[in-house]
Design a protein around this ligand. Structure first.
Ligand SMILES: Nc1nc2c(ncn2[C@@H]2O[C@H](COP(=O)(O)OP(=O)(O)O)[C@@H](O)[C@H]2O)c(=O)[nH]1
Ligand SMILES: [Mg+2]
Length: 398
């Protein structure tokens, strides 16, 4: 299953612009057909250093593509529209919104940093983007709290009849949040609570729900519309505000990314997603030249449009995902001679044996040992992998 990154945010912050820019196929991708499953689910890419040049080879990706040593690995991007106040009470798309949100492995909260849209997404002069950040977090926290309360009730009912463990009941009730009893227990103890909800105040419950949410819903803030003048001021104020130190912010101009992708599609510029610069390939009317010049200044200053960085930070920094290449100790080609055709994204902490299971359950079941192809040495089942590893699996089922 590919990783899913969810875009969330109130209306008019630029989610669709971001989504379209990130999922646009302006680059030739060989024979991998682009299929739209749903208008709000698309394929985007995250960049990783290709391992092939380290072996003096060039690769033949089965999916995605590679350009001058940068491999573009597919991920799913979901535009989770429908965030409005009261979503946790079923307002707007309500529960559908929350279900969609749960399917995402990590969230990118798109926030309009220009402050020119109010909390409902209507135009205004000066709105504090912090309200949007608070609002999403609160909405999520209330939703978590509600489900947690059900778990507490369930625990209270059961414990009248038999011995039950609080963390087990909570974990079961909250299973949609991809948590487990050990994690729940750890968080309860971390916030300094006893394993008995009779001892908790309402604010303890709220704090606990918030902590569980923070652990299980990793998220970064895409500070969008940074190309507007007002955004700069908000950026400085918010990123220096101690109340917001728990969040990571990426400055973004979804507009700029969309414009560059469009221009690249028309062969007007030579631009690859995430680049910090581009070349103009043809003569253009002055107005278009000026537009591109402004974008050039923007990406020079910020190190890119931020769209790629937001996706990559979400996946690699927040989630800790690693890119691992299946290879062979005596050659990186598959049976057809394709060099490093695959690149898998695996969770933080994945071992050699986990990787075998990622490739195929048969490989995992017959796991004997693995080879770290960069170092040319044998590694065992529990060996923890690192970003960019090239691994051969030796399995009884090969
Ligand atoms: N200046 C600027 N405007 C943007 C940017 N991204 C989106 N917009 C504009 O913001 C408005 C809302 O965008 P849209 O993508 O429909 O927002 P959504 O409702 O969150 O999906 C549109 O007018 C976009 O052109 C950006 O990076 N910079
Ligand atoms: Mg939209």
């Amino acid at each position: 299953m590919p990783y899913k990154i969810g875009l969330v945010g109130k209306p008019s912050v630029g989610k669709s612009t971001f989504f379209n820019a990130a999922t646009m196929n302006s680059v030739d991708e060989g024979n991998y057909p682009f299929t739209t499953i749903d208008p709000s689910i698309g394929e985007a890419y995250v960049r990783v250093n290709c391992a092939a040049p380290d072996f003096d080879e060039s690769c033949d990706p089965r999916v995605g593509f590679c350009h001058t040593g940068t491999r573009y690995v597919p991920v799913k991007l979901v535009d989770v529209a429908g965030l409005i106040p009261g979503a946790h009470e079923g307002k707007g798309l309500g529960n559908k919104f929350l279900t969609d949100l749960n399917e995402a492995d990590v969230l990118v909260h798109v926030v309009d940093f220009s402050g020119e849209t109010d909390i409902e997404g209507e135009p205004t002069d000066s709105h504090d983007p912090r309200e949007d950040i608070d609002f999403l977090e609160e909405e999520l926290d209330m939703w978590y709290l509600e489900i947690m309360q059900k778990g507490i009730e369930r625990f209270e009912n059961k414990r009248r009849q038999k011995e039950v463990k609080l963390e087990e009941e909570l974990a079961e009730q909250m299973s949609a949040f991809k948590t487990n009893k050990n994690e729940i227990k750890q968080i309860i103890l971390q916030v300094g609570l006893e394993l008995d909800p009779d001892e908790w105040e309402q604010e303890d419950r709220e704090e606990l729900a918030r902590e569980i949410r923070k652990e299980t819903k990793p998220m970064i803030i895409a500070a969008n519309k940074m190309d507007m003048e007002k955004s700069q001021e908000n950026w400085e104020e918010i990123t220096e505000d101690p109340e917001y130190q728990h969040l990571d912010f990426v400055p973004v101009s979804a507009h700029a990314e969309k414009a560059l992708k469009n221009a690249a599609e028309q062969d007007v510029v030579d631009y690859y997603p995430g680049d910090e610069e581009f070349e103009i390939l043809s003569d253009l009317p002055e107005e278009k030249m000026e537009g591109l010049q402004q974008i050039r200044e923007f990406i020079g200053e910020y190190g890119g449009t931020g769209v790629q960085k937001a996706l990559e930070d979400a996946l690699f920094e927040e989630l800790g995902v690693m890119a691992i290449f299946p290879g062979g100790a005596d050659g990186l080609g598959d049976e057809h001679g394709n060099i490093l055709p695959d690149c898998f994204l695996v969770p933080e902490g994945a071992t050699a044996e986990d990787f075998a299971f990622t490739i195929h359950s048969d490989l995992g079941e017959g796991f004997l040992h693995a080879i770290d192809c960069r170092e040319n040495r044998q590694i065992g089942a529990d060996h923890k992998l690192e970003q960019g590893d090239v691994i051969e699996i030796i399995s009884a089922n090969q």
